[in-house]
Design a protein around this ligand. Structure first.
Ligand SMILES: O=C(O)CCC(=O)C(=O)O
Ligand SMILES: [Fe+2]
Length: 386
């Protein structure tokens, strides 16, 4: 969405020299743009090794990602996200229960004519990484739409400009970074973006959670079910596959407390289950070696640990069923739970594989995993006493 205040200045190193660009005015000057292009290098992305998918490297592969970029350590930009209201808007929409949102400057990307970045998810850089923020600096270009997908829905951000604006203009978009996204080919000009990693700061005090209208409908369904005579007479555990994937440390079988990190619909579901006085928990979920995806995933645990087998790499094709490395549960206290009453599936495809194969850079310190929200329904007799 558009946002404006002052024209941003961009500082970057060009050899030993530091250059200052005022965008868009000097950005209109092709020499200034050439200087910026010269300060960048071809952009890599993270890809898992075919024979050992828990390891990987940053690779340069122009058939998957063709772009230039430069690290945050080598440029600066005078965009004040708080003053522009961007952080407040991100917090309201994406993490209303967080204490605050922190944005860490990450990269400057230039996509020139013919450049693109195929579908990937953004590599989580810490377990409190919530999302990615992309700011388009005003520069004339066509094409280069950013599409973001989640749960069968797609959102397109089109920041193309046919001429430079007379007034300051920053266009931006933010998304949960486990959502698959893609930069479509730029057809002319240069598309310049600055990216930030968004971190959710956890509250130190208990908070009253907001509940969205959409989740109120679900709350009503559960409330009515609880009141229906004969519904789960003997009690039971309702399982709701999370609609988002969550980053966790992959180096060890670390205990992960998902609750403070819950996003969107997952946070709402948790909040109203608690509000209905039901016992609710979020757990890690694994696939087993035979049933390798989604609802079949019924190993539940509080710590992570998977090993990989049978990895087949279909050269950048997104075929979740044929492609991929199948996580096998390690003996780390995970239990097979045949008793769960599944209410809906995990919202994502094989996110761990997507990340391992195609992250926006390679890092194995953190990875995404599935989680499930478990709601305990007491026996009818206990419910009656309440
Ligand atoms: O430049 C953009 O619009 C986003 C690029 C991207 O997805 C990334 O750097 O991971
Ligand atoms: Fe990305």
């Amino acid at each position: 969405m558009p946002s404006s205040k002052n024209f941003p200045y961009l500082r970057h190193a060009n050899g030993a020299q530091h250059k200052l660009l005022e965008l868009p005015r000097s950005g209109a000057d092709s020499l200034a743009l050439e200087g910026l292009v010269a300060a960048c290098s071809p952009a890599t992305f993270g890809k898992a090794y075919q024979n050992n998918p828990t390891e990987g490297a940053d690779v340069l592969d122009p058939s998957y990602r063709k772009a230039l970029n430069v690290d945050a350590a080598k440029f600066g930009v005078t965009i004040n996200l708080a003053e522009l209201g961007i952080l407040a808007e991100v917090k309201t929409l994406m993490a209303p229960d967080s204490a605050d949102i922190r944005a860490e400057l990450y990269k400057l990307n230039i996509h020139q004519a013919g450049d693109f970045f195929k579908a990937h998810v953004d590599t989580p850089r810490s377990s409190n990484m919530l999302g990615s923020l992309v700011i388009a600096l005003p520069s004339v270009h066509e094409g280069g739409q950013l599409t973001v997908e989640h749960a069968g829905q797609q959102q397109t951000f089109d920041w193309s400009l046919t001429e430079l604006p007379n007034a300051p203009l920053l266009q931006w978009g933010a998304f949960y970074s486990d959502c698959k996204h893609e930069v479509h080919p730029v057809t002319s000009g240069a598309r310049i973006t600055v990216t930030y990693n968004l971190m959710a700061v956890k509250p130190t005090l208990p908070v009253l959670k907001g509940v969205s209208p959409a989740s109120l409908a679900l709350r009503q369904v559960i409330e009515e079910a609880l009141e229906t005579p004969g519904f789960l007479e003997q009690g039971g555990t309702l399982a709701f596959g999370c609609q988002h994937a969550y980053p966790h440390n992959s180096d060890a079988f670390l205990k992960t407390d998902f609750k403070p990190q819950l996003k969107g619909a997952d946070a709402c579901l948790f909040a109203f289950a608690e509000d209905l006085g039901l016992s609710v928990d979020v757990k890690a979920i694994y696939k087993d070696s035979e049933d390798n995806y989604r609802i079949a995933a019924d190993y539940i645990g509080s710590s992570f640990g998977v090993e990989y087998e049978g990895m087949v790499d279909n050269e950048y094709e997104y075929d979740y069923e044929e492609d991929g490395c199948y996580g096998v549960v390690l003996d780390n206290g995970a239990q097979k739970r045949e008793d769960l009453i599944w209410c809906h599936e995990i919202g994502h495809g094989e996110i761990k594989e997507v990340y391992l194969h195609y992250g926006n850079d390679y890092s194995n310190s953190c990875m995404y995993s599935y989680a499930v929200i478990l709601i305990e329904v007491p026996t009818a007799a206990i419910l009656l006493q309440r």
